[in-house]
Design a protein around this ligand. Structure first.
Ligand SMILES: [Zn+2]
Length: 306
């Protein structure tokens, strides 16, 4: 009698364990939640068949201003691993990450980038520039951090993560070569990038562009009329042919600069739309990290080279 009871209990236990799997067929997949699309792209590449990857911030979403919804908090609470950028990019989510860090593995992917490689421009008032993904060599370090965390949480699949991480690093190597080749076609004096906010500082440092943003490092501060006038005067003096809008930033600020430059007698074109703090729609080339960087570089080189 006792034995029968024990067996039925065991049966129930096995049944219950089976139910906790997030896929009724196949083995358990790690539940991984990332903040930005760029981080989610690393997870999708390295995690592939071993993870259920979810990115909180879709196309056109500004991470500087993003607040976690109640639904997000529930999603985060169910995760096995949470990845975020760090360096105060997700400045409104600090409390949520703190709350989660006791229960879930929470990793800031930019946290192991050596401090000497981080930018600390004066307009950031003592903080580091968080837009590290635009220097591909720094984003490789972020990818290493994702690889390490996935292996720690799911050591049984370590070799699969390692193999895919190696392939991803190779993809990024190829991307760097492509960026450098594209820039070579643009004369040095034309390498000036004017955008809506200061997202491209690392890009400029890595690939030899002078970068001028209308807004400071975060989008939280609105650009004033004086900033617009100052930037328009500079564009007119230096005869900059094109300036750029960003997908996650309202277009009106850059339009105001264009109008102000026109009033000063210089017709500056809108050179196109750059993906800065968010990627494009998933399923399109710009919905991947490599695709967004490639889109940006070719848009910039084409517009400034004309
Ligand atoms: Zn930004």
């Amino acid at each position: 009698m006792k034995k029968t009871l024990l067996f039925s209990l065991l049966g129930i236990a096995i049944f219950l364990t089976g139910c906790t799997s997030n896929s009724p067929k196949g083995p358990y997949k790690l539940n991984v939640v990332s903040t930005t699309g760029m981080i989610n792209d690393i997870v999708l590449n390295i995690g592939s068949g071993n993870v259920e990857a979810k990115g909180l911030m879709g196309p056109g979403v500004d991470p500087h201003l993003y607040k976690a919804s109640e639904g997000d908090v529930n999603t985060l609470a169910k995760a096995d691993v949470i990845f975020y950028n760090g360096l105060h990019l997700e400045s409104k989510m600090g409390e949520v990450f703190e709350k989660m860090s006791g229960k879930v593995k929470v990793v800031a992917v930019a946290s192991t980038i050596p401090e000497a490689k981080l930018r600390t421009p004066p307009e950031f008032k003592g903080f580091h520039d968080p837009h590290v993904w635009f220097d591909v060599s720094l984003w490789k370090i972020a990818a290493l951090e994702v690889e390490k965390a996935l292996i720690e949480v799911d050591p049984a699949n370590a070799s699969a993560y390692k193999e895919r991480a190696k392939q991803y690093q190779e993809k990024l190597d190829t991307l760097e070569i492509e960026i450098k080749a594209a820039i070579k076609t643009l004369p040095k004096e034309k390498r000036i990038l004017v955008t809506a906010h200061d997202a491209f500082g690392y890009f400029g440092r890595a690939y030899g562009f002078e970068v001028i943003g209308l807004q400071g490092i975060s989008t939280q501060a609105e650009a004033g009329t004086q900033d617009v006038q100052r930037l328009a005067a500079l564009i007119q003096q230096r005869k900059i042919p094109a300036i750029f809008i960003e997908t996650a930033i309202p277009i009106r600020n850059i339009k105001a600069v264009q109008d102000a430059a026109k009033a000063k007698g210089w017709n500056v074109r809108i050179g196109g739309e750059l993906f800065s703090d968010a990627m494009g729609t998933s399923g399109t080339p710009q919905g991947t990290y490599v695709g967004m960087v490639r889109h940006n570089i070719h848009t910039i080189v084409k517009a400034l080279g004309q």
